[in-house]
Design a binder for this molecule. Structure first.
Ligand SMILES: *[C@@H]1O[C@H](CO)[C@@H](O)[C@H](O)[C@H]1NC(C)=O
Ligand SMILES: *[C@@H]1O[C@H](CO)[C@@H](O)[C@H](O)[C@H]1NC(C)=O
Ligand SMILES: *[C@@H]1O[C@H](CO)[C@@H](O)[C@H](O)[C@H]1NC(C)=O
Ligand SMILES: *[C@@H]1O[C@H](CO)[C@@H](O)[C@H](O)[C@H]1NC(C)=O
Ligand SMILES: *[C@@H]1O[C@H](CO)[C@@H](O)[C@H](O)[C@H]1NC(C)=O
Ligand SMILES: *[C@@H]1O[C@H](CO)[C@@H](O)[C@H](O)[C@H]1NC(C)=O
Ligand SMILES: *[C@@H]1O[C@H](CO)[C@@H](O)[C@H](O)[C@H]1NC(C)=O
Ligand SMILES: *[C@@H]1O[C@H](CO)[C@@H](O)[C@H](O)[C@H]1NC(C)=O
Ligand SMILES: *[C@@H]1O[C@H](CO)[C@@H](O)[C@H](O)[C@H]1NC(C)=O
Ligand SMILES: *[C@@H]1O[C@H](CO)[C@@H](O)[C@H](O)[C@H]1NC(C)=O
Ligand SMILES: *[C@@H]1O[C@H](CO)[C@@H](O)[C@H](O)[C@H]1NC(C)=O
Ligand SMILES: *[C@@H]1O[C@H](CO)[C@@H](O)[C@H](O)[C@H]1NC(C)=O
Length: 483
C-alpha cells in the first residue's frame, strides 16, 4: 500500500514534467515547422538548438507555463512565402505580429484554433483570399489588423456576432466587397474601425451609431451610398472621422460641434453632402483637419472657423460656398489664429469679391494656398511675401487684376505659382528670380507687359514657364532662361 502510494506520488509529481516536456517539444516543433515554410533571409538564424526556443528572436513564452509560446513578434523581419497552418498549434498564443513582411497566400483557417489570441497583426503583407470563417472562433480577439493586403470577398457577419471583445478592426486597403455587416453594431468595445480603400457598397448601418466608445471611424474610398445615418452623430468620443470618396448624402446638423467635442479630423470630402457648414464646428477646440471638398455645401463659411486656433488643414474646394463684396470672407481673418495652418484650399466655389487683405496674416506655416477657379477680383496683396512657408500658390482662373507684387520674391519655398487666366498687368517682377525651388510658373492669359526679366535665368529648378498670351510682353526671351 505504502509502496503503491509512493509510486503514485512519484508518477503524479513526474506527470507535469513529462507533459511539460511533451509540450515543449511540441511548441518548438511548431516554430521550426513555421520557419521551414517561410523564407526568412537569415532573420530567424537564432532559431537553432543552441538555445532554448523561448529565447529565440521574437518568441515570448508564458511565465506560468514556460514551455508555451504566448507571443510571436516577427513584424518587419523580411519573411516571405506562405504562413504555415501549423501556426494554429500554438494554442497559448495571445499575440501574433507578422506585419510588414512579404507573406502571401491564404490566411490559414487553423488560426481559428487560437482561442486565447487577443492581438493579430497581419497587416502590410500580400495575403489573398478571404478572411477565413474560422477566425470567428478566436473569441478573445481584441485587435484584428489585416490592412494593406490583397484580401477580398465579403466581410463575414460572424465577426460581429462572435468576436465581441474587438476593440480594433483594420481591414483598410484590401479588396473587400459587399455590405458593411450590420452585426458590427454588436461590438460595443470597438474604438477603431478602418474599412477604407475597399470596394464596399450599400449604406452605412445606422446601428454603428450605438458604438459609444468609437474614436476612429474610417470608411473612405469605397462605394458607399445612401443617406448618411444621423445616428452616427451620437458617437461623442470620435476623434477621427473619415468617409471621403464615397457617394453618401445628407447634411451636417447645426449642433455638430457639441456632438463631437473631441474631433480632430472630420472628413466628408468627395461625396454628395448638402446644406451649410455649421458654425458650431468653430467650437471644437482641437479640430485640426476639416475636409469638405467636392460636395454640394452652400452658404457662407462660418466667420469664426479659425477661432480655436487648432486648424491645420482646411479643404473647402468644389462646393457651392459663397463670398461676395460685402460678406463671407471673415473666416479668413479668424484663420489668422491658426498658427499651424498648412493647407487652405478654396477653389471652385462661388467665391466673389476681392481677395481679402487678411490672407497676408495667415501663418507662415501655410504651405498650400489655393483660390482657383472662382470669380475673385481685387489685387494680390502687396504683402503676400509674408507667407514664406508657401510651396504652392494657386490663384488661376479668377478676375484678379493689378501687378504681381515684388514681395513674391520672398516666397523662397515656392515650388508652383499658378496665376494664369486673370487680368494681371504691369511688369513681371525681377524678384521672381529669387525663388530657387520654383518648378512651375504659369502666368498665361493675362495683360503682363514689358520684358521677361533676365533674373528668371537663376531659376535652376524651373520646369514649366508659361507666359503665353500676354499681348504686351515685349523684348526677347533672355537667353539665360534656356540654362
Ligand atoms: C499540429 O497539430 C496537428 C493537429 O493537432 C497535428 O496533427 C500536428 O502534428 C501538429 N504539428 C506540429 C508541428 O506540432
Ligand atoms: C544560433 O543562435 C544563436 C543565438 O541564439 C546565434 O548566436 C548563433 O549564431 C546561431 N547559430 C547559427 C548557426 O546560426
Ligand atoms: C506589430 O508590428 C507593427 C509594425 O512594426 C507595429 O507598429 C506594432 O506596434 C506591433 N504591435 C505589437 C503589439 O507589437
Ligand atoms: C515591431 O513592432 C514593435 C512594436 O511596435 C517595434 O518596437 C519594433 O521596432 C518593430 N520591429 C520591426 C523590425 O519593425
Ligand atoms: C475550422 O473550424 C471548424 C469548426 O470549428 C473545425 O472543424 C475545423 O477543423 C477548423 N479548420 C481548421 C483548418 O482549423
Ligand atoms: C495598399 O496595400 C498594398 C499592398 O497590398 C501596398 O503596396 C500599398 O502601399 C498600400 N497602399 C497604401 C496607400 O497604404
Ligand atoms: C449581433 O448582431 C446580429 C445582427 O444585427 C443580431 O441578430 C444579433 O442578435 C446580435 N448579437 C448580439 C449578441 O448582440
Ligand atoms: C465604384 O463603382 C464604380 C462603378 O461600378 C467602379 O468603377 C469603381 O471602381 C468602384 N470603386 C470602388 C472604390 O470600389
Ligand atoms: C442616436 O441618434 C438617433 C438619431 O439621431 C436618436 O434618435 C437616438 O436617440 C440617439 N441614441 C442615443 C443613444 O443617443
Ligand atoms: C459654442 O459653444 C458655446 C458654449 O457651449 C455655445 O454657447 C455656443 O452657442 C456655441 N456656438 C455655436 C456656434 O454653436
Ligand atoms: C481668434 O479669432 C477671433 C475672430 O477673428 C478673435 O476675436 C480672437 O481674438 C482670436 N483669438 C486668438 C487667440 O487669437
Ligand atoms: C494683419 O494683422 C495685423 C496685426 O494683428 C493687423 O494690424 C493688420 O490690420 C492685419 N492686416 C489685415 C490686412 O488684416
Amino acid at each position: 500500500m505504502e509502496i503503491a502510494m509512493g509510486a503514485m506520488g512519484l508518477l503524479c509529481s513526474l506527470l507535469p514534467v513529462l507533459m511539460g516536456a511533451m509540450v515543449t517539444a511540441s511548441d518548438e516543433a511548431v516554430l521550426l515547422a513555421f520557419k521551414a515554410q517561410v523564407n526568412d533571409g537569415g532573420s530567424l538564424d537564432s532559431w537553432n538548438n543552441s538555445a532554448n526556443f523561448c529565447s529565440w528572436e521574437g518568441v515570448t513564452c508564458s511565465h506560468r507555463r514556460p514551455a508555451r509560446v504566448v507571443a510571436l513578434r516577427l513584424n518587419g523581419t523580411g519573411l516571405a512565402g506562405e504562413l504555415s497552418l501549423v501556426i494554429g498549434n500554438l494554442t497559448f498564443l495571445r499575440m501574433l505580429n507578422l506585419s510588414f513582411n512579404s507573406l502571401h497566400g491564404d490566411i490559414p483557417a487553423s488560426l481559428g484554433r487560437l482561442r486565447r489570441l487577443q492581438r493579430l497583426y497581419l497587416g502590410d503583407n500580400s495575403f489573398s483570399g478571404t478572411i477565413p470563417a474560422n477566425l470567428s472562433s478566436c473569441v478573445s480577439m481584441t485587435i484584428m489588423g489585416l490592412d494593406n493586403n490583397k484580401l477580398g470577398g465579403p466581410i463575414a457577419a460572424e465577426l460581429g456576432e462572435k468576436l465581441t471583445s474587438l476593440v480594433v478592426i483594420s481591414l483598410a486597403n484590401n479588396s473587400f466587397t459587399g455590405l458593411i455587416p450590420v452585426s458590427l453594431a454588436n461590438l460595443s468595445h470597438l474604438r477603431y474601425l478602418d474599412l477604407s480603400r475597399n470596394h464596399l457598397v450599400g449604406s452605412i448601418p445606422p446601428g454603428l451609431g450605438s458604438l459609444q466608445n468609437m474614436e476612429k471611424f474610417m470608411l473612405a474610398e469605397n462605394n458607399l451610398s445612401g443617406m448618411f445615418p444621423p445616428s452616427l452623430y451620437n458617437l461623442s468620443s470620435l476623434e477621427l472621422f473619415e468617409v471621403g470618396y464615397n457617394m453618401l448624402h445628407g447634411s451636417i446638423p447645426n449642433d455638430v460641434g457639441n456632438k463631437f467635442p473631441k474631433m480632430k479630423l472630420f472628413g466628408l470630402g468627395s461625396n454628395h453632402f448638402t446644406g451649410a457648414i455649421p458654425s458650431s464646428l468653430s467650437n471644437i477646440s482641437d479640430l485640426k483637419g476639416l475636409v469638405l471638398e467636392y460636395n454640394i455645401f452652400s452658404g457662407y463659411v462660418p466667420s469664426t472657423l479659425g477661432t480655436q486656433g487648432a486648424l491645420q488643414y482646411l479643404y473647402l474646394a468644389d462646393n457651392k460656398l459663397e463670398t461676395n463684396e460685402n460678406k463671407g470672407w471673415e473666416f479668413v481673418t479668424s484663420l489668422a489664429n491658426c498658427s499651424q495652418l498648412h493647407v487652405l484650399e478654396l477653389g471652385g466655389d462661388s467665391f466673389k469679391g476681392k481677395i481679402p487683405g487678411s490672407i497676408v496674416n495667415l501663418s507662415t506655416t501655410l504651405q498650400n494656398l489655393y483660390l482657383m477657379d472662382s470669380k475673385v477680383s481685387g489685387s494680390i496683396p502687396a504683402d503676400i511675401g509674408n507667407l514664406i512657408g508657401l510651396n504652392l500658390l494657386g490663384l488661376a482662373n479668377n478676375y484678379i487684376s493689378g501687378v504681381i507684387p515684388e514681395s513674391i520674391g520672398k516666397l523662397e519655398n515656392l515650388i508652383e505659382l499658378d496665376l494664369h487666366n486673370n487680368s494681371l498687368s504691369g511688369f513681371i517682377p525681377s524678384s521672381l528670380g529669387n525663388l530657387p525651388q520654383l518648378n512651375r510658373l504659369y502666368a498665361y492669359y493675362g495683360n503682363l507687359e514689358g520684358p521677361i526679366p533676365a533674373s528668371l535665368g537663376e531659376l535652376k529648378n524651373l520646369f514649366v514657364l508659361d507666359f503665353s498670351t500676354n499681348y504686351h510682353l515685349n523684348g526677347s526671351i533672355p537667353i539665360v532662361i534656356f540654362k
